[in-house]
Design a binder for this molecule. Sequence first.
Ligand SMILES: [Zn+2]
Length: 116
Amino acid sequence: MSKNTKLPLPSHIHALGVPYQVELVDVIDEVTDDMEPTWGDTTNISRRIRVAAFLDTRRRWSTLWHETLHATLYTIGAQLSDDVEEMIVQSIEHATEQFMREHGASYLKALDTEKD
Ligand SMILES: [Zn+2]
């Protein structure tokens, strides 16, 4: 894993307009079910997203996007079990990554076009 820090994370993101502060932290005191260190977490009350600094650039950004999706589900008031929410977030995260890899440049260009 290379520690490419050429693309630093933003200081904040918006989840459907709601600002969340983004922090890069050394340790998140929580482990996942499979005892792996946690890559990121979101605290909705204080509108804060934390991303683990040990991750490389690619994983930092994918984790930030993952946590942004959690924040977005909170913002719309989705009432989901933890398991279902995680499944939805992971699915959208991976679908977005695949779509952006294949069509991201065109998609961003299309957003900037005037009505045809
Ligand atoms: Zn998650």
